[in-house]
Write a protein that binds this ligand. Structure first.
Ligand SMILES: [Zn+2]
Length: 478
């Protein structure tokens, strides 16, 4: 048993509730109230009394959409930005301790020429390095042997240069064949350390493949998971779950929460599906990657296993399709991103009881979004204040797409890229207050993930908290 005293403890942000004492037993909050009472409870039970020395405590962050495997992998990649010669590039890669070396950020203009497989063959391990755009990569012979790609216009065997379609294929082979379950476990642990340091204690791990799932089970069994991980699986894994008769699984730290589906792409690539063409490219309105019938069939299967369903929908037309599928199956699932939402969709979201996971930092990264969708539709973009009136809202980063640091996301939700992005002026009214942002990033995310005992420090909740030097409600960002 442990009592926290002599500080300011935020029990929740909606409503904003502060206490001066907290008692924790078996990793759960058992008391939240007066500091003196907390001290007495701990002393009576011969527990520990922790003096907060005036510091602040709040529920730890819950990131409701990220990719632990890719985040760990990205943290381990060799940073090749600014490298000025092939020699420097090879030396940097050689100094990596990884079994399979990934790198990113090179630029042939800075290097003096394009790197080739021969350049990288002096390294005794498989090497795979992305150009700074991530649309082109070069691999060495050891890696190419593992990849076994067919020569095509996107893959030049003699130089080891891989792009576009071939790069997609290479990525798939890396994830499914080259990386072992141990590699996945390693990346997940790497991401876990990173997140815990940032004050994130719970996550929804999206698009989990079979190897990542095995790694998660292994880490759970070995008690190495310190994050609360809610896994949303690739739908291909449903066959396996059905054959095992395995439905929703709740372990110590690991929850097999649901499946994750896609309906469209991204605004950046103009593949998010809009109901009208893109304003800066009227020849397209995006792409539908899964039709309603497919979504319905997967939802029915997930439902019978007691699993949740998360559907990626960025464009408003993609959202229509996802909502149609939820309506037909009478399933109150969750939508990932909901980046462009029309007024007429708001009531529907509410009526269907849809939960939403949104990524405020997209406001900063998608600085071009007003050009993409035009000023008329810009008011539908990242409309968090409005959405929060119609649905449970959780915050997330989609890391490694966006940085995992929660304070950057909080800043984006509160300030909406003021003085940085054009969207700010058009959607000022969608800015959230600090307590709203912190609520959505704690209890909001937990609710979206159907975790009803995380995100507050009320008695009965998991004691997931962080200690801060400053009052989180009074933080100002520059
Ligand atoms: Zn994602």
């Amino acid at each position: 048993m442990r009592a926290l005293v002599n500080g300011v403890i935020y029990v929740s942000f909606n409503p904003v509730k502060r206490v001066s004492g907290l008692v924790i037993a078996n990793d759960r909050v058992v008391f939240a109230g007066e500091g003196e009472v907390a001290r007495k409870i701990a002393e009576m039970a011969d527990g520990e009394v922790v003096d907060l020395k005036g510091k602040f405590v709040m529920p730890a962050f819950f990131d409701s959409h990220l990719h632990l495997d890719e985040l760990g992998m990205s943290l381990e990649m060799v940073d090749l930005r600014g490298v000025k010669s092939i020699e420097e590039l090879v030396n940097k890669l050689r100094s990596s301790k990884a079994k399979i070396i990934f790198g990113f950020g090179w630029d042939q203009d800075e290097l003096g020429r394009w790197p080739t497989r021969d350049d990288l063959d002096g390294i005794d391990r498989p090497v795979f390095i992305y150009r700074k755009c991530f649309h082109v990569a070069v691999a060495n012979s050891k890696m190419l042997e593992l990849l076994n790609l067919k020569p095509s216009e996107d893959f030049d065997e003699s130089t080891g240069l891989i792009k576009e379609k071939a790069l997609e294929e290479a990525r798939k082979v890396i994830n499914e064949k080259v990386l072992s379950v141990d590699d996945y476990a390693h990346y997940i642990l790497r991401a876990q350390d990173h997140l815990l340091n940032l004050g994130v204690h719970s996550v929804d791990f999206m698009s989990v493949n079979e190897k990542a799932l095995k790694a998660l089970f292994e880490l759970e069994r070995e008690r190495k998971l310190r994050l609360n991980v809610f896994a949303y699986l690739n739908p291909e894994l449903l066959d396996k779950l059905e054959s095992l008769g395995l439905g929703k699984f709740e372990g110590r730290r690991l929850v097999i929460a649901g499946v994750k589906l896609f309906t469209d792409g991204s605004l950046g690539a103009r593949t998010a599906l809009l109901s009208e063409p893109y304003s800066d490219d009227p020849s397209t309105s995006g792409q539908l990657v899964a039709d309603k019938n497919y979504l319905v069939s997967v939802i029915e299967r997930a439902k019978s296993l007691g699993l949740d369903v998360a559907i990626h929908a960025i464009g408003d037309k993609a959202l229509d399709v996802a909502l149609d599928a939820f309506e037909e199956t009478e399933f109150a699932g969750r939508i990932e991103h909901a980046s462009v939402v029309r007024d007429d969709q708001l009531e529907r979201i509410k009526d269907l009881g849809i939960r939403l996971s949104v990524q405020p930092h997209f406001i900063i990264s998608d600085w071009w979004v007003v050009e993409r969708v035009g000023e008329e539709r810009a008011k539908w973009v990242y409309r968090f204040k409005t959405l929060s009136k119609y649905a449970e809202l959780g915050f997330s980063t989609d890391a490694p797409i966006e940085p995992a640091d929660p304070w950057l996301t909080v800043d984006a939700a509160v300030n909406r890229g003021k003085s940085k992005v054009k969207l700010y002026e058009l959607t000022k009214g969608e800015a959230l207050s600090m307590d709203e942002a912190l609520h959505f990033y704690t209890y909001g995310s937990a609710s979206v993930s159907l975790a009803r005992d995380i995100g507050k420090l009320e008695p009965g909740f998991k004691a997931e908290y962080i200690v801060l030097d400053r009052d989180p409600l009074k933080l100002a960002f520059s």
